[in-house]
Design a protein around this ligand. Structure first.
Ligand code: ADP
Ligand code: MG
Length: 728
């Protein structure tokens, strides 16, 4: 074999495609959640009184004393050890977007060389990891490294089993010594509470028996899987999680034959393995299928309370990556690993659930229920309209910039899709006319009765970033590698904030001693009129929409450094502070961390590009140049008038031209990189990386991709798109 790439390709035929047929798999219900310390298990393990106190903490946020913590810790330890765990860790979600864990063993020396397994209430409730290296966005200087993790009993502890051993993971929040949040979970939990209060206040109008409202989340997760041999031979995939080079494969996704296609055996084996790991962890995965792009897949769980759903999505990402390695595969969670074919997102299905089992975004069967539904619906529309840039900021990253607006994912313009029927309801509400559906009058003043068919009949719009799908919204613009805590926290907060204003406005309208229904209609009519500009039913990918959105004054921010401004708009800062979700300092820290992360992402890509050009591509091209030179010399000597002499000379010139262009491109890139590195201000730096460094990638890639089409197949060093995406 001539080179490593060819070796990798040859390996594929020798790959084990599974050991015969798996005749039976254990019944899922027999082992689902076996590695989770859920309420049922807790109940078995704890004295009644202690169990009740823990439930109080979970359901009502009540504090409990050290004695209770000690009892819980001891039970946890016994359970964990019975499951084979030797260590425990506080499992938290710092602002890197990933999860973090620092393992401690249970052992404590007992003297005379012996040890005993211990785990105290103190160790359960709080820890102080030496976590000075996490980004804090200026919240914490390295020399005062104290960050504390504190147990979050609302998300159950679990055992992470790996081939190397098992660890008890205790979900925690991560805060600084002075109480500022250093993670993504704390603000999420705060936003859940704020939304609960605001929604309950609305429900009071309806004399409901609901005691708790929470956001629900069902996160569909897209990802790619390729063979690990290829992955390891692509430094760009290893370091930047995306291919910085690569000529398009003649066959991409144009035949649309991958979507929902039959799943290859090797992928299937990987999927079922990952699923069973996740079932053990209590993640209720429900669907799996092939996605549109070759070797792209999706899985989705049954929705859960947002807090738990966020943790579960982090586990899904983690387990997909780990299990892929065991199958000699690589799971790519990045938003845009391959140019020219679809990228990956998360479709966040979001709604409002109640402790009485109701979904507040389900249209009702009675005028009364519909009024309630419309209050929530119109408030959400208004919240999105008024916080479009903040919502955009919550999904901004260098990876997602490749998707948003790339005509394959919802654009960078935040808009709301409602479907024809609901749009008509709201239009009629605005005009104050009776909504009629064919010959059947089913609604007066837009609210009396929304037909039940609406629930099942909402038309789909797969181009919308925020689409109503019958009884929930689907926030489709989130990137596949994201930690959902941030976008969901933003969504919860803007909706809570609006619900508080809605309540105030309804109360004011009611002062005129009007009927409740009339007061609500007056408020909703005004709201819809103000914010309907954010509603769009058409094709979000079209150029016409971009023009129309501009007319409507909707922000269309295509790149991250500008989008991140959404976090530090005066209104955003004030809203977060007022509701106690993020202090101004905390908001600023998120902004700076995201700016820095963006600059670092592009910096890595830039340096890697330069390296790959010199280490991989130029040597391959030069080898070919030498072959051509030798051949041309020979031809000149033997067949000076032969046509192929001219053809080969042209080819040599073409190859040399691309080599030169690549080199020139790297020179330009390095200059831009130098300038960007010298800037101090975080925003300026991110802008320099975005608008100076990143554009310099294109000519380099063009030159290299052109070389890929010219240089003999057996000298090309990197796995090609057609191999990574089709050969396994
Ligand atoms: P599609 O791809 O057609 O959108 P999927 O079945 O892949 O449908 O995903 C739908 C997701 O929406 C699932 O995760 C489902 O549990 C979730 N979902 C359904 N109802 C709700 C709800 N009330 N709140 C949040 N998520 C929900
Ligand atoms: Mg969906």
């Amino acid at each position: 074999m001539e080179n490593a790439r060819r070796e990798a390709v040859a390996q594929m035929t020798r790959k084990n495609q599974g050991n015969g047929l798996k005749s039976s798999a254990p019944k899922i219900s027999d082992y689902f959640g076996c590695n989770v310390l859920g309420p049922e298990t807790m109940k078995l393990l704890l004295p009644k009184d202690t169990y009740r106190k823990v439930q109080d903490a979970i359901e009502r946020g009540k504090r409990f004393d050290l004695e209770v913590a000690n009892t819980v810790a001891s039970a946890m330890k016994t359970w964990a050890i019975s499951k084979g765990a030797t260590h425990y860790c506080h499992w938290f979600q710092p602002m890197t977007g990933a999860t973090a864990e620092k393992h401690d063993s249970f052992i404590d020396p007992m003297g005379e060389g012996s040890v005993l397994e211990v785990f105290s209430g103190k160790q359960l409730v709080q820890a102080e990891p030496d976590a000075s290296s996490f980004p804090s966005g200026g919240l914490r200087a390295t020399f005062e490294a104290r960050g504390y993790t504190a147990w979050d009993p609302t998300s159950p502890a679990f055992i992470m089993e790996t081939p190397g051993g098992s660890t008890l993971c205790i979900p925690t929040i991560f805060v600084s010594y002075t109480g500022e949040s250093l993670d993504t979970k704390t603000p999420l939990l705060r936003s859940i509470e704020v939304l609960n209060k605001a929604a309950l206040d609305i429900l009071k109008y309806f004399k409901s028996d609901v005691a708790k409202v929470f956001s629900t989340l069902g996160a569909e997760q897209e990802y790619f899987v390729i063979d690990r041999e290829y992955y390891c031979r692509r430094p760009d995939l290893v370091l930047a999680e995306r291919t910085l080079f690569g000529a398009p494969s003649p066959k991409g996704q144009q035949l649309e034959d991958h979507y929902f296609g039959s799943i290859k055996d090797r992928i299937f084996a990987f999927m079922t393995d990952a699923e069973s790991e996740l079932y053990k962890l209590g993640v209720p995965l429900k669907t799996r299928h092939n996605e549109v792009a070759p070797h792209q897949f999706e899985c989705a769980p049954v929705f859960e309370e947002a807090n738990v759903a966020v943790d579960h999505n982090q586990l899904v990402m983690d387990v997909l990556k780990r299990v892929a390695v065991r199958h000699k595969l690589a799971a790519l969670l990045y938003e845009k690993p391959f140019a020219g074919i679809n990228g990956s997102g998360k479709h966040n299905n979001w709604s409002l659930g109640t402790d009485t089992g109701k979904n507040l975004l389900t249209p009702g069967d009675t005028p009364h229920a519909n009024l309630q539904f419309l209050i929530f619906l119109v408030s959400i529309i208004k919240a999105v309209y008024e916080n479009a840039l903040l919502l955009r900021a919550s999904i901004a990253s260098s990876g997602n910039d490749h998707r948003l607006g790339a005509n394959e994912a919802p654009p960078a313009i935040m808009s709301v899709f409602l479907g024809a029927q609901l749009t008509k309801v709201l239009e009629d509400l605005e005009k104050g006319v009776t909504t009629k559906d064919t010959d059947q009058e089913w609604m007066t003043f837009g609210i009396d009765k929304i037909p039940t068919i609406l629930r099942d009949n909402t038309d789909r719009n797969r181009t919308s970033p925020f689409a109503f799908t019958g009884n929930k919204f689907e926030f489709r613009a989130v990137g596949s590698s994201f930690n959902n805590a941030l976008p969901i926290m933003v969504l919860n907060t803007i909706v809570a904030s609006q619900l508080i204003s809605t309540k105030k406005d309804i109360d004011t309208a009611l002062k005129g001693k009007r009927q409740f229904k009339d007061a609500v209609i007056e408020v909703l009519r005004k709201y819809y009129k103000q914010s309907k500009g954010v509603c769009f039913e058409g094709n979000n990918y079209s150029v016409e929409w971009a023009a129309e959105a501009k007319k409507r004054g909707l922000p269309n921010v295509k790149t991250t450094p500008e989008a991140l401004e959404g976090f530090v708009l005066k209104d955003s800062l004030k809203m977060f502070e007022r509701l106690g979700v993020l202090s101004e300092v905390e908001s600023h820290s998120r902004y700076y961390i995201k700016l820095e992360k963006y600059a670092k992402d592009i910096d890595i890509e830039a340096k890697l590009m330069a390296e790959m050009v010199y280490n991989q591509f130029i040597p391959a091209a030069v080898e070919y140049q030498n072959q051509l030179i030798k051949s041309i010399r020979g031809l000149k000597e033997l067949l000076p008038n032969d046509g192929s002499l001219r053809a080969q000379t042209e080819l040599l010139k073409e190859v040399s031209g691309h080599v030169e262009a690549a080199q020139r491109g790297v020179d330009v890139l390095r200059k831009a990189l130098d300038a960007a590195e010298k800037t101090d201000d975080a925003k300026e730096k991110a802008m320099a990386y975005c608008h100076k460094v990143k554009p310099s990638f294109d000519p380099i890639r063009q030159a290299v991709d052109a070389l890929e089409g010219l240089v003999p197949d057996n000298t090309w060093p990197m796995p090609k798109y057609r191999e990574m995406l089709f050969l396994m």
